[in-house]
Design a binder for this molecule. Sequence first.
Ligand SMILES: Nc1ncnc2c1ncn2[C@@H]1O[C@H](COP(=O)(O)OP(=O)(O)OP(=O)(O)O)[C@@H](O)[C@H]1O
Length: 250
Amino acid sequence: MTALLEARGLRLAFGGVKAADGIDLAVMRAEFLAIIGPNGAGKTTFINMVTGYLRPQGGTITYEGAEITGRRPREIVRRGIARSFQLPQLFSEHTVEENAALAIAARQGIWSPFVPLLRPAWRDEARELLDRFGLLPLATRRADALNEGTRKLADIAMAVALKPRLLLMDEPTSGVSASEKMAVVETLARVLREAGVTAVFVEHDMDVVARFADRVAVWSQGRIVALGPPAQILADPVVQREVIGIERHA
Ligand SMILES: Nc1ncnc2c1ncn2[C@@H]1O[C@H](COP(=O)(O)OP(=O)(O)OP(=O)(O)O)[C@@H](O)[C@H]1O
């Protein structure tokens, strides 16, 4: 495996708070890498820096061999990096199919929600995409009528519509009920593996991490304090005490 994304020495402080304090991380092609750590550790800040929403004050980000540090979000999307947010970004008054079509239009450089929504080519691609996520039966449902699990999947389908080679997901299971969670992640993992998408995801549920991550990076106070396979990292007493213990009570 070769590195798809490489962060070197990333630094970013907000006033006195070091949200990134020398982040070094290589994400390998085709891996699923989980980011865990207590609230405020800097996990979202890392995603924001990679996707161009925040500019690091120091360090470099290299993707597919090219430096992308400080590039704007749209350029980063064009290069093949997409993201999903902690809260789904769907247009609530549009149907699932229309949301997917909007994402496909966005990939083609059309970013307005006011464009004619269902050009046949977009609709066909939208329906094919939704089918991969098992969402076709809900295609004509309004996004605000979905339950949290399907809303999350629809939101991630929109990111996948951008045809990324790297997808960063901020808490893909947050808000999803315990009974739905594993099915949601299984669908997600299947679609991403079939499409050959490398995934980095922030996750607070250690069962999800244990089952789906190839490697786990542990964040604490703007630093990566441990990195390795889930079996090793989740069994580490320091991680258990300082990360998992905190998360259980968060
Ligand atoms: N735009 C901002 N302005 C000021 N401070 C910020 C900003 N973004 C993040 N921070 C601070 O930087 C630190 C890291 O925040 P970040 O959201 O990256 O943590 P996190 O690990 O994702 O936390 P959580 O698990 O709660 O989402 C926190 O102390 C946060 O308050």
